[in-house]
Design a protein around this ligand. Structure first.
Ligand code: PEP
Ligand code: MN
Length: 330
């Protein structure tokens, strides 16, 4: 449930409500909007009537959140969440482009890719150092060496870096280097990983599992928020359907649905969403039209030589053309 405070309620009144709730073993999450303050409350709701919260000074009303996700819901926070990553804002009226190779393959490859995406207008650099591959025999990433290369690319270009964490035991290590932690589709319901990342203050990109419903995806985000980390960016990256022509079916209706249900920003990854380079630009534009807060695009200096996901990676020219075509929205 949420406790909606009156317009202009005093901070002492807010604190009194929180004190009473916490004394009764409720967990509280404060959301201070421009218009009013809302207290998200998690706990045994049968106890609520006896607390007489609505009679407390400064309280306007107590409202049940009907959806299973609470902190993630728009009811809890009516305004859009805007996440600031070293000055790069995701959410609200901003459109950010996260770009880079699927995997960090070498220092030369990553720095070359970073220079390309920076020159064409990307605002955040991506690259996997720990790769969750379908085959145990495929390239698994450069591990910490890859993180060091990403950090060098950040120093060189000024772009914040986003990289995937695949194991709860790696959260501290990856956090030392990364500005944004990515949770991949395969790990969307790795609840230990979600909880561990929820304990950090790092912005998180939470990709949709390839067979996750929107509700399951938002519940995964709820795990992160419930641990105290509110900086979650949802990423639609395609789901598995009967269609096999594309690698996945990019569910762009998820964008307005998530915006309706949640205050969290949502970005779209048309690279994994389609698996084919010529589909990336049209679906990127469609994502913007649907209201996405950003794009995640795989870019490789020479896609034909990529160690993973070459067929869906753009090169300098095609990425440049895409960036040019979306300029009016940037
Ligand atoms: C990735 O972004 O490199 C990746 C592995 O994507 P996904 O988890 O969406 O498959
Ligand atoms: Mn990839």
């Amino acid at each position: 449930m949420i406790v909606v405070m009156q317009h202009g309620a005093l901070s002492d009144q807010v604190n009194e409500v929180i004190k009473k709730l916490e004394k009764n073993e409720f967990t509280t999450h404060l959301s201070e909007g421009i218009e009013r303050t809302i207290i998200g409350v998690i706990g045994d709701k049968t106890k609520v009537p006896s607390l007489a919260l609505e009679a407390m000074p400064g309280v306007e009303k107590v409202v049940a959140i009907v959806q299973p996700f609470k902190l993630v819901s728009r009811q809890f926070r009516p305004g859009d969440t805007v996440i600031d990553i070293n000055g790069v804002k995701i959410g609200g009226n901003n459109l950010q482009v996260i770009a880079g190779p699927c995997a960090v393959e070498s220092r030369e490859q990553l720095l070359e890719a970073a220079d390309i995406v920076k020159a064409k207008g990307a605002t955040i650099l991506r690259g996997g150092a720990f790769k969750p591959r379908t085959s145990p025999y495929a390239f698994q990433g450069l591990d910490e060496e890859g993180l060091k290369i990403l950090a060098e690319a950040r120093d060189r270009t000024g772009m914040p870096i986003a990289t995937e964490v695949v194991d709860p035991r790696h959260v501290d290590l990856v956090s030392e280097y990364a500005d944004i932690l990515q949770i991949g589709a395969r790990n969307m319901q790795n609840f230990l990983l979600l909880k561990e990342i929820g304990k950090t203050k790092k912005p998180v990109i939470l990709k949709r599992g390839s067979s996750a419903t929107i509700e399951e995806w938002l519940m995964a985000a709820e795990y992160i928020l419930s641990e105290g980390n509110y900086s979650v960016i949802l990423c639609e990256r395609g789901i598995r359907t009967f269609e096999t022509f594309t690698r996945n079916t990019l569910d762009l209706s998820a964008v307005p649905i998530v915006k309706h249900l949640s205050h969290l920003p949502i970005i779209v990854d048309p690279s994994h969403g389609t698996g084919k380079n010529y589909l990336v630009a049209p679906m990127a534009k469609a994502a913007i039209a649907a209201g996405a807060d950003g794009l995640m695009i795989e870019v490789h200096p020479r896609p034909s030589e990529a160690m993973c996901d070459g067929p869906q990676s753009l090169d300098e020219a095609t990425f440049g053309a895409l960036m040019e075509s979306i300029k009016p929205w940037k």
